[in-house]
Design a protein around this ligand. Structure first.
Ligand code: ASP
Ligand code: MG
Length: 423
């Protein structure tokens, strides 16, 4: 008997029929002798619907008071899910009880719309499990020290599930979703993408932060910090497949410190179309300039990703960096109105139609020439590289958005990731 956390995403909870299938699957695990805590997302489309209603009433949503109410609103999606799932489990003949995050309580800070979990009191949940009940806890939400409902950011149910698994020292956290695991890249872009049976925690963290949407990045950080065994698997298999088979399916996130010798050098290719590039031209090349530019951007609460500074000519240099596309106009305005006058820059330009393509693999730690192979592949396709950034286990390039699919496909082939077309 083991304590296991199951997380079901929005499409897995998308209709009463789907919810019934989730209940049958959970019942199968309970009848096999396990204690199960279930963390469901809102029914698919529901969070968008709720936030859309708010947007109709108030398009400007930056004040803390409005964000607080957005959380109160958005959190209801998951409350519907836990109630329905508890009822479905009872219909399967199990005892079940639901909790909203505040009832557990899951305590968070007060950063509305992107709160962080501070503590989880698992007393009530443990007592229910001990009494033979299935416990269902809302994903995506908690309560702050002022008693206000908070949410953890879009996709936050993954983080709820992993945090509960960590707090309760669960044997495993199973993330049931609408894909059957983590792929070498998005199969919608590369039909030959393959499911990975395992991926290291470090690689998963890079993949999530570089644009792979399978898991919310915070959930991966949490899993790493507390070493929660995590598996991504499909909720769209028949609910009654044997447990032993289900327990081995999908992709396991591993914590092996040593790279598996047989592992491919590159494990996956991530891409991200959400960034934009800005360039400050002709800034005097002297100490403090990078700080002047990026300090102002950071003060405006704008996240910066890839940064490059050119060699200088005649005491002047150019400085480029990427920001989220949503922050593009704001960044340009800020650079033009404040930074350029203060630094004596000649011009500010930008390009929102870029994308970042990254290769990820712990094998890169022990192999040379991997980045060169990436650059060669892109040059053979006639793709110009605008920016480059690297870490121990990834290399990212910024290229024109219109070459994204071509780049991803070519790299997938070069690094021998192509397999049988995914079904
Ligand atoms: N329902 C929330 C969202 O759509 C949380 C989640 O699904 O993980 O972002
Ligand atoms: Mg999700």
């Amino acid at each position: 008997m083991a304590l296991i956390v199951h997380k079901y995403g929005g499409t897995s909870m998308g209709s009463t029929e789907r919810i019934r299938s989730v209940a049958k699957r959970v019942a199968k695990w309970v009848r096999a002798g396990h204690q199960i805590v279930v963390v469901p997302s809102a029914m698919s489309g529901e969070t968008n619907r709720l936030l859309g209603l708010a947007k109709e009433l108030q398009p400007a949503q930056t004040s803390t008071a409005v964000m607080r109410e957005l959380d109160a609103l958005a959190a209801t999606g998951e409350q519907v899910s836990v109630g329905l799932l508890a009822i479905a489990l009872m219909a399967e003949g199990l005892e079940a009880v639901s909790y909203a995050g505040w009832q557990v309580p899951i305590v968070t800070d007060s950063a509305y719309t992107k709160a962080r979990i501070e503590s989880i009191d698992d007393k009530k949940v443990r007592a229910d499990l001990a009494a033979g009940r299935v416990v269902i806890v809302t994903g995506f939400q908690g309560i702050d020290s002022q008693g206000r409902v908070t949410t953890l950011g879009r996709g936050g149910s993954d983080t709820s599930a992993v945090a509960i698994a960590a707090a309760m020292k669960a044997a495993e956290c199973l993330i049931y979703t609408d894909v059957d695991g983590v792929y070498t890249t998005d199969p919608r872009v590369v039909p030959e993408a393959r499911r990975l049976a395992t991926i290291s925690f470090e690689e998963m963290l890079e993949m999530a932060s570089l644009g792979s949407k399978v898991l919310q990045i915070r959930s991966v950080e949490f899993a790493g910090k507390y070493r929660v065994p995590l598996r991504v698997l499909s909720s769209f298999t028949e609910w009654d497949i044997p447990i032993e088979e289900e327990a081995k399916s999908g992709t396991l996130i591993t914590f092996e410190e040593e790279a598996n010798m047989e592992q491919a050098v590159v494990s996956g290719i991530a891409f991200n179309r959400d960034e934009a590039k800005v360039t400050v031209l002709g800034v005097p090349d002297k100490p403090g300039v990078a700080y002047r530019i990026l300090g102002a951007v950071a003060e405006a609460n704008i996240d910066v990703d890839v940064i490059i500074q050119n060699v200088s000519h005649d005491g002047k240099t150019d400085f480029s960096f990427t920001v989220h596309r949503n922050d593009y106009q704001r960044t340009l305005d800020l650079l033009k109105s404040q930074v350029a006058p203060a630094t004596g820059a000649a011009e500010v330009t930008g390009d929102p139609r870029i994308c970042k393509v990254s290769i990820v693999g712990i094998g890169m730690k022990s192999h040379v020439g991997v980045a060169a192979t990436m650059f060669r592949t892109l040059s053979e396709e006639g793709i110009n590289i605008q920016m480059i950034s690297t870490s121990e286990i990834k290399t990212s390039v910024v290229i024109d958005e219109k070459y994204m699919e071509l780049a991803v496909r070519a790299l997938h082939r070069t690094f021998e990731l192509d397999g049988e077309p995914a079904t």
